[in-house]
Design a protein around this ligand. Structure first.
Ligand SMILES: [Fe+2]
Length: 300
């Protein structure tokens, strides 16, 4: 395909794309091929890239509108900055293991899809590694498309067709009650998404859940949570997981509709910095098909 080499990342999903300089990607040049690979393989890895922040924004923006969770926090005239997943503070020091910033990073160690708690959930996350620790700090991806395809029918039947409710503070509460109380985790009302997201391009189904999910329609609170835990455990079986050890210059793009992900620990005294952009899902990505009506009764 246009001189690209594709190397599988795992037996079930994901490819490394060799032979492309992301600086050469534009809407007309290469992007249509990348988009097709994304639909097919769910996760794309590019190594040894020298991508500028501007190109990062441009390519992510070709997938959908760039997500901007902090628009309400910026002062007027303050420009959008590409979000960083990092333990490096403004003064250059690393954050302490138990401070709230680090606890929030630890909440990202729970399997999730990005922004399922927002009115427009993410279609992609596009991450590039800027600073990597000597050990640890991998990002792990789990294909909920491959897992759904391999899931026993009786297990699927317990969740298929049901709405799942998502709340940002729910995933934070699993780590720390104090963390979950921060206003930044209460900006959006609960979201209610179908448990299965069908890719409109190829018809492939994927389970759509996350650490932010707190209730499944038709189940009581504890029963719903237990089902979500069981489904997450199934999806994160080794055969559905790719674990990526970052090198500086690596770029990964993955499909939030069909892949969950999590961070993994590293020595917190060591700096780590990833630049991370999400782009939102839209109508042509199948978003209308997962919208569920607001549930009439709150289980709480
Ligand atoms: Fe994430």
């Amino acid at each position: 395909m246009s001189g690209f080499d594709l190397v599988p990342l795992s037996p079930t999903f994901g490819v490394e794309v060799r032979g492309v300089d992301l600086m050469d990607v534009t809407a007309e040049r290469f992007f249509p091929i990348l988009r097709a690979l994304f639909e097919e393989h769910s996760a794309l890895l590019f190594r040894d890239q020298n991508m500028t922040p501007g190109k990062h924004l441009e390519i992510a923006g070709l997938f959908g509108p760039i997500e901007d969770r902090k628009s309400d926090e910026r002062k007027s005239g303050e420009a959008f900055r590409i979000p960083e997943v990092t333990n490096i503070g403004e003064d250059g020091s690393t954050s302490g293991e138990m401070d709230l910033h680090t606890l929030n990073l630890k909440a990202n160690f729970l399997w999730h899809s990005d922004s399922t708690f927002m009115p427009t959930p993410a279609l992609i996350n596009m991450i590039t590694a800027k600073v990597v620790p000597s050990t640890g700090g991998a990002t792990e991806l789990a294909s909920t498309r491959a897992a759904w395809a391999g899931m026993p029918g009786d297990m699927k039947a317990r969740v298929r067709g049901r709405g799942v409710r998502h709340r940002y503070s729910h995933s934070r509460a699993k780590i720390s009650a104090e963390l979950a109380r921060l206003p930044m985790f209460h900006k959006w009302p609960d979201q209610h998404w179908n448990s299965v997201w069908t890719n409109p391009v190829n018809g492939r189904e994927a389970l759509y859940i996350a650490s932010h999910a707190f209730a499944v329609d038709g189940y009581g609170e504890a029963e719903g949570e237990a089902l979500l835990d069981e489904l997450t455990a199934f999806c994160s079986r080794p055969r559905y997981v790719y674990s990526h050890d970052w090198s500086v210059g690596d770029v990964m793009i993955w499909d939030q509709r069909a892949v969950m992900h999590r961070g993994t620990p590293w020595p917190y005294g060591e700096p780590r910095k990833l630049a991370s952009l999400c782009a939102g899902a839209g109508d042509s990505d199948g978003l209308p098909s997962i919208r569920m009506p607001r549930p009439p009764v709150d289980p709480e």
